[in-house]
Design a protein around this ligand. Structure first.
Ligand SMILES: [Zn+2]
Length: 479
């Protein structure tokens, strides 16, 4: 064959193959159409949650925005579940399989920020969405609606649940929703999180426990008659000193943090009251418990030395995430189908400016599709109450780029991106990836069975026992 003609034929063939690879199966293209149809509303909702920036258990407007929209789209919504006014369960369809998707929406205190690449608060000291939960809840809303629309069109059968899960940043709302049994009948749960990269997330997180310590002493004039005082402040200092010595003798997977919430009021009084918030973490709950117990023993020691009384109050605790690689592989295939996110020159410049201001390499956005990584036995990083959900139902997790590479998380820079098109693009991408993964499950019961088999194997003989105080969740001003 004549060489130029051969080259032409090969080129046409290559083009056809690459187009065929990008062509989505019918139902997946319907998902994309659904997300596109709702896009303007989803962005509006996300921006309204971003602007509200409501913190732990105060997310009344944010929760309502999500619940109202999903209700308007035909879901049955039960609000105020598990004793939390801002938690809700939205359900559509009937019978099996039952697939759920999580939506978080709480903000972080003190990091108010405009949607611009340099640090400037909207309202100084006010909360901001430094973890991108405005995108989190709204992307899940979009995914749930896309699945519902396929059900209405008779393409798939079963039940889709969208769970509004409050207070991820402080008290871990999901543990009360687990206690309420809200995932008991669910086959597989889907979750995602805003990130600086795109991946089917097959890494675990750290288990943790939070508790409050109070010391009660005897007030006295700090100079006049200090010998009549018993200092709650001394106890606090002795305790934190003990913790800091103890750090040398814990495994490298352990983390301990404390936040002094009341260290006494004035310099000329021996303080009769101090309070601190103590947090212990480890990569496994089993490793966490002995360290937790030891740090509580140390409270007694500090109280004896300072001759004061003490009180320990459990706040809550969470498990590490139980990974499901079978689910991760299904998510991975959908990421490869969707391909990377494309950014405009303005968005890349926005990202680079943030990197410049925060002292990171100015590499811009990272939206390539990462390969599925090995699951680490002892991951680093943070904690999430998705952990508790994952010990009660198989869970598939996703990370999507919503901020430039290496953005300091829980900071103004994440808030900035979550209120503009970089965040919006990641959010809509997450809606598509999660809905497509859910679709695979609705269409193929064998995948669900395989996910469940891995879940049972990984869980082994471990019996889930929440680290949770008796009684209702700690809703502010509820008593
Ligand atoms: Zn988060």
């Amino acid at each position: 064959m004549h060489k130029p003609i051969l080259t032409l034929l090969i080129c046409i063939l290559c083009l056809t193959v690459s187009q065929a690879q990008k062509k989505l199966p019918k139902n997946k293209s319907l998902i994309k159409q659904s997300v596109e149809k709702h896009q303007a509303n989803l962005i509006e909702i996300s921006d309204a949650i971003w602007a509200s920036a409501e913190t732990a258990f105060e997310e009344h407007n944010s929760s309502k925005l999500l619940a109202d929209y999903v209700e308007k789209n035909g879901f049955t919504v039960e609000r105020g579940v598990a004793g939390m006014p801002t938690a809700f369960v939205a359900t559509f369809g009937s019978g099996r399989p039952i697939i759920s998707v999580l939506g978080e929406f709480d903000a972080l205190p003190g990091i108010s920020q405009k949607a611009q690449p340099t640090k400037e608060a909207v309202h100084e000291g006010s909360p901001g969405h430094g973890c991108g939960h405005n995108l989190f809840g709204t992307a899940s809303l979009g995914a749930a609606i896309a699945i519902k629309e396929l059900m209405v069109q008779g393409k798939i059968k079963g039940t889709i649940k969208f769970l509004g899960t409050p207070s991820e940043e402080k008290y871990f709302g999901k543990i009360w929703m687990v206690r309420e049994g809200l995932w008991d009948d669910v086959d597989v749960n889907i979750s995602w999180h805003p990130s600086d990269e795109i991946k089917a997330d097959v890494q675990s997180s750290l288990a943790l426990v939070d508790y409050k310590i109070e010391f009660f002493g005897q007030a006295a004039h700090a100079s006049g008659d200090p010998w009549n005082g018993r200092s709650a402040s001394d106890a606090l200092e002795l305790y934190t000193t003990g913790i800091n010595y103890y750090r040398e003798h814990v495994k490298p997977t352990v983390r301990m943090h404390y936040h002094i919430q009341d260290g006494g009021q004035v310099v000329n009084v021996v303080p009769d009251y101090t309070k601190l918030w103590m947090r212990v973490r480890d990569s496994k709950r089993a490793g966490l418990m002995p360290v937790y117990e030891r740090t509580m023993e140390m409270v007694k020691g500090a109280a004896i030395m300072a001759n004061v009384d003490y009180k320990i109050t459990l706040i809550s605790g969470i498990y590490e995430v139980l990974v499901n690689r079978t689910g991760g592989e299904i998510m991975q295939q959908n990421l490869e189908l969707l391909g990377p996110i494309e950014y405009t020159d303005e968005e890349i410049a926005f990202g680079k400016k943030i990197q410049e201001v925060t002292g990171k390499p100015q590499v811009g956005m990272d939206s390539k599709i990462n390969l599925l990584k090995e699951t680490k036995e002892h991951p680093g990083g943070g904690s999430t109450d998705v952990g508790d959900v994952s010990w009660n139902v198989p869970n598939i997790n996703l990370s999507v780029t919503t901020a430039p590479k290496d953005t300091p998380w829980h900071s103004w820079a994440v808030v900035a991106c979550g209120g503009m098109s970089i965040g919006h693009k990641g959010m809509l991408y997450a809606s598509n990836a999660m809905a497509m993964t859910m679709l695979d499950l609705f269409e193929n019961q064998k995948l669900i069975d395989k996910i469940k088999t891995e879940y049972v194997e990984r869980k082994g003989n471990e019996v889930y026992k929440a680290i949770i105080p008796d009684g209702p969740p700690p809703i502010p001003n509820s008593k």
